[in-house]
Design a protein around this ligand. Sequence first.
Ligand code: B12
Ligand SMILES: *[C@@H]1O[C@H](CO)[C@@H](O)[C@H](O)[C@H]1NC(C)=O
Ligand SMILES: *[C@@H]1O[C@H](CO)[C@@H](O)[C@H](O)[C@H]1NC(C)=O
Ligand SMILES: *[C@@H]1O[C@H](CO)[C@@H](O)[C@H](O)[C@H]1NC(C)=O
Ligand SMILES: *[C@@H]1O[C@H](CO)[C@@H](O)[C@H](O)[C@H]1NC(C)=O
Ligand SMILES: *[C@@H]1O[C@H](CO)[C@@H](O)[C@H](O)[C@H]1NC(C)=O
Ligand SMILES: *[C@@H]1O[C@H](CO)[C@@H](O)[C@H](O)[C@H]1NC(C)=O
Ligand SMILES: *[C@@H]1O[C@H](CO)[C@@H](O)[C@H](O)[C@H]1NC(C)=O
Length: 306
Amino acid sequence: MRQYHQLPLVGFLLFSLIPSQLCKTCEVTEENDVHLNSLLSTMTTSKYTSGTQSANVLLSLRLVGMQNQTLKQQLSQQVRSSVEMRESNLSSGQLAMIILALGACHTPDETFIYDHHLISHLQNKFQAEIENMGAHDGNPLTNYYQVSLDVLVLCLFNGNYSVTKVADLFSPENKNYYLRGQFSVGTFNISSHVPKSVTTPNPPSNISVNYSVVITKTYSTTVTVPSGSVFLDVMEEAQKINETVFGFTVEKSSWGPYITSVQGLKANNNERTFWEILSGGKPLSQGVGNYVVHDGESLEIHWSKY
Ligand code: B12
Ligand SMILES: *[C@@H]1O[C@H](CO)[C@@H](O)[C@H](O)[C@H]1NC(C)=O
Ligand SMILES: *[C@@H]1O[C@H](CO)[C@@H](O)[C@H](O)[C@H]1NC(C)=O
Ligand SMILES: *[C@@H]1O[C@H](CO)[C@@H](O)[C@H](O)[C@H]1NC(C)=O
Ligand SMILES: *[C@@H]1O[C@H](CO)[C@@H](O)[C@H](O)[C@H]1NC(C)=O
Ligand SMILES: *[C@@H]1O[C@H](CO)[C@@H](O)[C@H](O)[C@H]1NC(C)=O
Ligand SMILES: *[C@@H]1O[C@H](CO)[C@@H](O)[C@H](O)[C@H]1NC(C)=O
Ligand SMILES: *[C@@H]1O[C@H](CO)[C@@H](O)[C@H](O)[C@H]1NC(C)=O
């Protein structure tokens, strides 16, 4: 027997997000049409390499009521096979996103959720997050963003969770919501650096940038790369110069390459450490695979805490 819990107020608010309600189409004004169309065309023509990516796009397409059935079926197939292939390796938030995407709009995919016991898998993954928080000073296995996705989905799909735990977890007094003394990352100072126009210079030229690894000590070098290079190209050139100082590891993620270690020092969720990337002292709002570097720029990768 499953016990169903609902937080009265939060439950009501989340209830209003129930899939059938989400499926109402909303109007886009004519002047915004052009933006929407370019977004939709990017979504239609992109190649998705992970189940989470497909799930995010499928959810969006279902929510806006987009009619391309071929595309929706392709995406839903990718999502379902990613569950079949690596359910046990999905993080809690990834599984939550997948359930949201499959469960939106009452399609036949909804039965897949129950046939594969995805809600009870999510309950277990959520439980593991809670246990990790107990053992590591409130730090989840993944992050609070994913833990909140878990709760949203458990609530929408009548999963079992402890109401008191959740109420504690999402209380504003929770110190883990504070970054550099501020509540949440809404006020995070991220540089609004827009990549310069993508006109490729002809003939191709080289540019030089200053690249530093900052732990407690700063290790700097000057790197020459072809213009149009991204942050990751700079890191690879620096690694060729001195493997000990500039060596790093990278992992594929749904946002592109993610830096996991530099000089053998690995980011750790239990300690809330990560490798932060900056330009001119300001944190970048794109990852190493997307940020295009400029001549004379001062790039840094910092051992940081969040
Ligand atoms: C939590 C989080 C982090 C955590 C991740 C570690 C952890 N404890 O889980 C920390 C604080 C370390 C982090 C770091 C960074 N992040 Co971040 N992060 C997020 C956030 C809020 C949620 C990610 C998540 O769990 N999604 C849900 C799960 C189900 O999806 P997922 O794909 O499996 O999630 C993984 C990846 O997203 C990955 N990840 C997190 N951030 C980034 C950034 C990049 C560029 C890549 C490739 C991967 C990546 O970590 C997640 C867990 O493994 C998102 C915002 C969002 N709404 O998604 C921003 C977000 C993904 N991050 C962003 C950025 C810019 C960064 C940094 C580059 C910031 C910086 N200047 O250093 C760094 C990454 C540097 C590096 N080492 O390569 C941007 C990416 C924008 C873009 N267009 O590329 C986002 C969208 C926030 C924003 N709106 O600006 N991040
Ligand atoms: C529907 O999506 C498919 C890709 O899955 C694409 O080839 C096709 O052009 C799309 N149709 C429309 C009308 O956009
Ligand atoms: C799960 O991840 C581990 C370590 O990353 C890997 O060795 C294993 O092959 C993965 N299993 C599946 C089914 O993808
Ligand atoms: C529901 O979850 C709570 C803790 O989160 C647990 O104590 C209880 O046994 C669970 N009930 C069922 C039926 O799984
Ligand atoms: C962000 O920048 C503004 C102005 O540059 C500054 O006043 C503010 O203190 C900064 N906030 C953080 C969290 O660094
Ligand atoms: C750019 O650098 C590469 C490698 O150092 C070199 O082979 C090439 O000639 C340079 N190109 C220009 C235009 O300077
Ligand atoms: C490169 O940047 C580091 C750290 O920001 C600084 O200490 C160093 O002087 C800079 N080097 C050059 C050549 O500009
Ligand atoms: C790399 O840098 C370290 C520290 O500056 C230095 O001790 C080492 O000799 C360098 N290695 C190479 C191959 O240049």
